[in-house]
Design a binder for this molecule. Structure first.
Ligand SMILES: Cc1ncc(COP(=O)(O)O)c(C=O)c1O
Length: 363
């Protein structure tokens, strides 16, 4: 009998998401557990989006608009691009898969940064695409020089998370432009900007600004973080209109629900929620930096909505101790960082609870 699955599926390890609150409360006999493990929006969803979703549920007996006509237009005007340069996905995760299946063959390689967002590697392997991983440089940063050197005639696609997950580090416009100049034009460069709205650094450049000058550049954005809509699954990609046309050929028509389309439209209008989310994040990052550095740990330079903490000891134990105290964070051994934890910015009281638990554990 033939094997049930191809060898690349047999050896694939499934993505491990953050531990759910309910499961932690059950296992540890706790109540009031807090989760700082999935870089979600601690202020909750955009209130305007919630209102729009309530209205939209009365229409869910109908299939959604397969072209997401209104949301595509609203988003294009928000980003300053043309509607034909935008594709929507069920989260940017779906777009990662769509890009791979649209633009790569099993003979072509995908270039990744080792230790960065695991969805790229998992998606490549699930599609039977070979991938090459280039280690980070010091400071848990993408090594764009080494990545440019690792491009070969087999390379078809490169994923750059900027800011990176899990390290939070970012690279600026000059480094991105140097990389784009070094890479052949038939290699697609996917600039994943899931955390772009949190960046407060003038050197940062979005692919949304650069893709016209570089038609092989794709910018990925998500509504999961800044708009607090992780549960509704809504992401977008901005790229050359010709590339968009190809993605539409492989995309299933109803990949965005009626409710998600309504939520996206309203979230873009909710500038107050975005403002509060950024302000809370900025204060949370400063607080973590100030308090955690007193505990003998090292933090990478975060431009996102989480911090990456090197505990300089096996972080699995620290993670376990935090769980016992009702605080869920993310251990990073799976990404190849056994002494590190990723901690999302929460509300001020959640951050304080996490810091005080870490003080007990690390002192
Ligand atoms: C770098 C990066 N890209 C993409 C995603 C996925 O986002 P979405 O919820 O839009 O699928 C995440 C989520 O954590 C992320 O960190």
């Amino acid at each position: 009998m033939r094997p049930l699955v191809p060898p690349y599926v047999e050896t694939l390890k499934a993505y491990v998401p953050g531990k759910p609150i309910e499961e932690t409360e059950r296992e540890y006999g706790l109540t009031g557990v807090i989760k700082l493990a999935s870089n979600e929006n601690p202020l909750g969803p955009s209130p305007r989006a919630v209102e729009a979703m309530k209205n939209a549920v009365t229409s869910v007996h109908l299939y959604p608009d397969a072209t997401s006509f209104h949301l595509v237009r609203r988003l294009a005007s928000h980003l300053g691009v043309k509607p034909e340069e935008v594709v929507l996905g069920s989260g940017s995760n779906e777009l990662i898969e769509l890009l791979m299946r649209t633009f790569t063959t099993p003979e072509e390689e995908i270039l990744l940064c080792k230790g960065s967002f695991p969805a790229y590697r998992i998606s490549a392997q699930a599609h039977g695409r070979p991938f090459v991983e280039v280690p980070m440089r010091e400071g848990f940063r993408y090594d764009l020089v080494a990545m440019a050197r690792a491009v070969t005639p087999r390379t078809r696609m490169v994923f750059l998370a900027n800011p990176d997950n899990p390290t939070g580090t970012a690279f600026g416009r000059k480094d991105l432009e140097t990389f784009l100049a070094a890479v052949p034009k038939d290699v697609l460069v996917i600039h994943d900007e899931a955390y772009a709205e949190f960046v407060d650094w003038p050197d940062y450049a979005s692919g949304v600004e650069l893709f016209r000058a570089h038609p092989n550049l794709v910018a990925l954005r998500t509504f999961s973080k800044i708009h607090g809509l992780a549960g509704i699954r809504l992401g977008c990609a901005v790229m050359d209109a010709k590339l968009v046309g190809y993605v539409h050929r492989t995309r299933m028509p109803f990949n965005l629900t009626v409710v998600a389309q309504a939520a996206g439209m309203a979230a873009l209008d909710d500038t107050e929620h975005v403002r509060q989310t950024r302000a809370n994040n900025h204060a949370g990052l400063r607080y973590y930096e100030q308090e955690l550095l007193k505990l003998g740990v090292t933090l990478s330079e975060s431009h996102a909505n989480f911090v990456f903490v090197d505990c300089h000891r096996p972080a699995g134990e620290v993670y376990e101790q935090l769980l016992r105290r009702g605080v869920i964070v993310r251990p990073m051994a799976g990404n190849g960082f056994p002494t590190c934890l990723r901690i999302s910015v929460g509300t001020p009281s959640e951050n304080a609870r996490c810091v005080s638990a870490l003080k007990e554990i690390l002192s």
